[in-house]
Design a binder for this molecule. Structure first.
Ligand code: ATP
Length: 581
């Protein structure tokens, strides 16, 4: 059973209560016709005012009870909706998160909208029709007790409306589901366009890109209108038929009264009962759109949760020390079949520093992601202290790793929150990381220093400032391994020397470091340089022993500095270097 199914099952008891309340409510729904029957057949004939008063008091009381039950029933359903949300949303959030890791280009918060759709359906009136529907036979049975012809007429009317409900489902299901899909796609497109508003504005791209969104949106409108037209036809037909059946049963009743088979009271009560019996079917047809929306939403949520099953917490591993091994690693971006990295073998001792260079699209960032376990390997293993990176529990491992991606995203919160990775802020550790990243004084110059609020991913900061705060975040909590993907991309000379100083300090702290950089100054400092070419290791050697071919490969990526490398800043070369070509 799916996780969503399990949660709904967990809410079963509440549904049972709703069913129970529905039973009493529906029994009480018999009160108005019975009251009518008594008034016509007893009060009018006996002309007894006391009977009328007593009956009226009883009816008022029963209506009050019914009101209370209705209120409780809707309250229970509101709570069921909330319970569903509370129980499933954390799991959903992490599945959404995993999916955006697996499909990097398509982050979407649609699952949360789907959950809202489900919750709204559960707590809305649409669901009541489903709880009331099982009582339709009871009303029909009471009608049959009045007269068999009443029962027969009600069955025929019920069947006709039921068939209309089925036709409605059959005619709108595919359309509504397709319209829903288009709506989601159009929304995702609009969100992604809004994120890139500056580029669109600067180069006057709005019209073209808007055209694409409009096409999707129109498609949605067309499908939605087609579905609504069809549903409208059926909804109105069902409404008119229900009213007609209600009148016709009055006519049938009158005929039976004339024949002396039933009393006038039964005639009136029969008409009311008929309306009551057909109401749930009519209500279902009216609320079909929201039911259909909730069903599509549930389908999408089930699919997401089934594709990304909850990962059971593995046995906790001891704190990592930072020895990294790559064994015959082949890897590709998620969703791609052809490997971007081929047969990468690499061994980094704790505290070793390695630079990764290579032409554009050589696979440097892919390697960084694979090393961190963000992207899985197709073949081979990435091991940290001997354990496959996938074996580690991410929440436990995360604090021991540092990552500065190429596109730095800061999050809504203070500078301190961002550096402290949104854990409880340890002021000393935050300042320590900022000092290590050489960003402490820059932060102090911000309007509120470490308490400066960053909104919209730090849009108010310059790219260099964001990068340096991102670096401090990567270094927070003294991780055992850091991976820096072009940490110098937006840095000025000061920033670059701060970075060089940072590398020296990381060496002193024995932090295993992988750095993707093109800066000559930084390349001189590392223990080894890995040159990647077409996803393969072209060379792996200390800076001073980089082969001529490797220099040319690196130089092909305008890494002119590599060609003039001087001996490592450490002043010694490693004995286990392995130049490959
Ligand atoms: N998110 C992604 N989805 C699909 N393919 C991707 C993705 N990211 C990278 N690739 C592909 O993987 C290959 C390697 O890209 P990668 O970003 O690792 O190269 P790189 O060496 O870091 O390049 P650069 O120096 O330009 O940053 C490229 O062919 C690229 O098209």
């Amino acid at each position: 059973m799916s996780d969503l199914g399990k949660v709904l099952r967990y809410c079963r008891r509440s549904f049972l209560y709703v069913g129970l309340f529905s039973m009493f409510i529906n029994l009480l729904m018999l009160v108005p016709p019975l009251y009518m029957l008594q008034v016509y057949d007893r009060v009018i004939t006996t002309r007894s005012e006391e009977t009328l008063l007593m009956l009226t008091l009883v009816v008022v009381f029963l209506f009050l009870v019914m009101g209370g039950l209705e209120l409780m029933r809707s309250r229970i359903l509101v709570r069921v909706g909330n319970k569903l949300d509370v129980l499933i949303s954390p799991r959903l959030y992490s599945a959404m998160f995993q999916r955006s890791l697996m499909m990097p280009g398509k982050p979407s918060a649609q699952p949360l909208n789907d959950l809202t759709t489900m919750r709204q359906f559960l707590s809305g009136n649409g669901l009541f029709a489903f709880f009331d529907a099982p009582w339709v036979p009871v009303y029909i049975a009471v009608l049959a007790l009045f007269h068999p012809l009443f029962g027969l007429f009600a069955v025929i009317a019920g069947v006709i409306l039921g068939v209309i409900a089925l036709i409605n489902e059959w005619m709108t299901r595919a359309l509504l589901s397709e319209a829903n899909g288009q709506h989601v796609a159009a929304q995702d497109l609009a969100n992604s366009n809004l994120r890139n508003a500056e580029v669109l504005h600067a180069m006057g791209m709005l019209q073209g890109i808007q055209g694409r969104w409009t096409a999707r949106h129109r498609e949605y409108l067309v499908l939605q209108s087609r579905a609504s037209d069809r549903a409208g036809l059926l909804t109105n037909t069902s409404k008119v038929l229900r009213l007609m059946f209600q009148s016709l049963i009055l006519g049938l009743g009158a005929w039976l009264v004339l024949a002396g088979d039933i009393t006038p009271g039964m005639m009136i009560a029969g008409s009311i009962l008929m309306g009551r019996a057909l109401a749930p079917i009519d209500q279902m047809i009216n609320g079909w759109k929201s039911y259909s929306g909730a069903r599509t939403a549930r389908g999408r949520l089930e699919e997401l949760l089934n594709t990304i099953p909850a990962k059971p917490a593995g046995m906790p591993l001891p704190q990592p020390r930072g020895a990294l091994t790559l064994e015959g690693v082949n890897a590709a971006p998620p969703g791609e079949r052809l490997p971007t990295l081929h047969d990468i073998n690499l061994k980094l001792a704790k505290g070793e520093q390695i630079a990764i260079v290579g032409p554009s699209a050589a696979g440097k960032s892919t390697l960084a992601r694979v090393v961190l376990g963000i992207w899985p390997t197709q073949l081979g293993h990435v091991r940290l202290d001997g354990a496959d990176i996938g074996q580690w529990d991410r929440t436990a491992l995360g604090p021991h790793l540092g990552y500065l991606p190429q596109d730095i995203e800061l999050f809504d919160g203070t500078v301190a929150d961002n550096i402290a990775r949104f854990q409880e802020v340890d002021a000393n550790a935050v300042v320590e990381a900022a000092l290590l990243a050489g960003v402490h004084s820059m932060i102090l110059r911000l309007p509120e220093g470490y308490d400066t609020w960053l909104s919209h991913g730090g849009a108010s900061l310059s790219a260099g400032q964001r990068q340096r705060i991102g670096l401090a975040r990567a270094l927070y909590g003294s991780p055992v391994m850091v991976v820096l993907d072009e940490p110098d991309a937006n840095l000025d000379e000061n920033g670059e020397s701060a970075l060089a100083e940072c590398l020296l300090q990381l060496r002193q702290h024995h932090t295993t470091t992988l750095i993707i950089t093109h800066r000559q100054h930084l390349l001189q400092q590392v223990d080894r340089i890995l040159v990647l070419r077409d996803g393969r290791v072209a060379s792996l050697a200390p800076p001073e022993r980089l082969s001529a071919v490797a220099r040319r490969t690196a130089a092909g990526n305008s890494v002119s500095g590599v060609t003039t490398l001087r001996p490592s800043a450490r002043g010694h070369s490693k004995s286990h270097e392995e130049p490959k070509s």
